[in-house]
Design a protein around this ligand. Structure first.
Ligand SMILES: *Cc1c(COP(=O)(O)O)cnc(C)c1O
Length: 397
């Protein structure tokens, strides 16, 4: 079948929730993807900050294959060897004590919201159960997580939303202090607002947020679904903020493409979940655990987080050089290999032209290009993208 035939079948059978680019992918390796026409693409999207080791990494593929031959699923009615092994490895790397496994970012945030409410209700006789989140945040697409998401466009058509959510501007400590009431059980924030435009807070913001939460007796939930697993130059983004949150959610890069999510919590908070409080049939599934364990082991043993810091710094410098040449670029910001480039204009045309030249780039809102390449990216590949961007920007969008 040719591309057009694939795309028309796609429209015939798959719900139209995505406005997809006109390309049909069949294969990937490392930094590269190939479509049905045999065209090669340099991938600076990585499945939306997911495939941090690059496509078809042998460590992950082999882990999935050998686990598939042993055990695919038994449910959480039982203990599972590979689940326990991965839980230990993950928790040993974290400042938190316990983990709950699930299958996606939205499911992790949904569970974190439940955990915070349960903890708050248990300790206050049912008074503390409201949550403060940020304007321009993104936390997922379930009812609780679109409610937590502080962007109207994700709410439209889905009323009534969940009660008990309040929104304040990101990076505004005073507004946060005013929004926290006697009913608040938790504050939920992304360390860097990713979907919301790669917004990086002031360096001391999270230390102040941590202090405020301690003073007022509310939990701090960090949504590390996109920033976690090394993306910003440390395994967890909170390490660079010098704080320890009460709850952390993760997902995207955990399994290098295999679906998995997780809620991490301090012991003192995790106890609020008792047998029966929360569950997930597929959560901690042996295949996902094998993929995630291989991913984390590779990330650590190949020191890809150092590569992320190094290449991230290089990429940021190159983008800032580009900014000097092209006045349409109004800002370059980010951390590690989560980088946003804001334009005085729409980015859709730029993304399409880059794709025509064989480079995949995502957006974060209408005016921000989002660069989230695999953490294995080389300087040469960054140079290639800079050169193509330079050409596309010179032409104008
Ligand atoms: C992608 C994302 C989510 C949602 O994750 P899904 O796996 O798509 O449900 C939640 N929070 C943040 C910060 C994200 O980037």
């Amino acid at each position: 079948m040719n591309k057009e035939e694939w795309m028309s079948l796609s429209d015939q059978y798959i719900m139209g929730t995505y406005k997809r680019f006109p390309v049909v992918f069949t294969r990937g390796k490392g930094m590269k993807l190939w479509d049905t026409e045999g065209r090669e693409y340099l991938d600076f999207v990585a499945g939306i900050a997911v495939c941090s080791l690059g496509h078809a990494h042998p460590a992950v593929s082999n882990a999935i294959k050998s686990q598939a031959d042993k055990l695919v699923h038994v449910s959480n009615l039982y203990h599972i060897d590979i689940q326990i092994e991965y839980a230990r490895l993950l928790i040993q790397q974290a400042a938190l004590d316990k983990v709950f496994f699930c299958n996606s970012g939205a499911e992790a945030n949904e569970g974190a919201i439940k955990l915070a409410k349960k903890y708050g209700n248990d300790r206050s006789g049912g008074i503390k159960n409201e949550i403060v989140t940020m304007i321009d945040s993104f936390h997922g697409r379930t009812m609780a997580t679109i409610t937590a998401t502080g962007q109207d466009k994700f709410h439209k058509g889905f009323n009534p939303l969940l009660a008990g959510f309040h929104y304040v501007p990101f990076n505004d400590l005073e507004a946060l202090g005013q929004a926290i009431s006697d009913k608040t059980c938790a504050v939920m924030i992304e360390p860097i607002q990713a979907e919301g435009g790669i917004r990086v807070p002031d360096p001391d913001y999270f230390q102040s947020v941590r202090r405020l939460c301690d003073e007022k007796g509310v939990l701090l939930i960090l949504d590390e679904v996109q920033v976690g697993m090394g993306r910003t130059g440390t395994l967890f983004a909170y390490e660079q903020d010098g704080i320890i949150p009460d709850i952390v959610t993760m997902a995207k890069a955990m399994g290098n493409g295999f679906p998995i999510g997780a809620i991490l919590a301090k012991d003192s908070v995790a106890v609020a979940f008792e047998p029966g409080s929360h569950a997930s049939t597929f959560g901690g599934n042996p295949l996902a655990m094998a993929a995630a364990k291989a991913t984390l082991e590779t990330l650590l043993s190949e020191d890809l987080i150092s590569n992320c810091r190094l290449r991230g710094g290089y990429f940021m410098n190159m983008l800032n050089e580009l900014r000097k040449k092209h006045p349409i670029i109004s800002d370059v910001r980010g951390r590690g290999l989560l980088i946003g480039m804001e334009l005085d204009g729409e980015v859709a045309g730029i993304i399409k032209k880059c794709m025509d030249r064989g480079v995949l780039i995502a957006s974060a809102g209408p005016r921000v290009l989002r660069f989230v390449p695999p953490l294995i990216v080389t300087e040469q590949e960054i140079d290639q993208v800079i050169e193509i961007l330079d050409g596309v920007l010179r032409e104008g969008a």
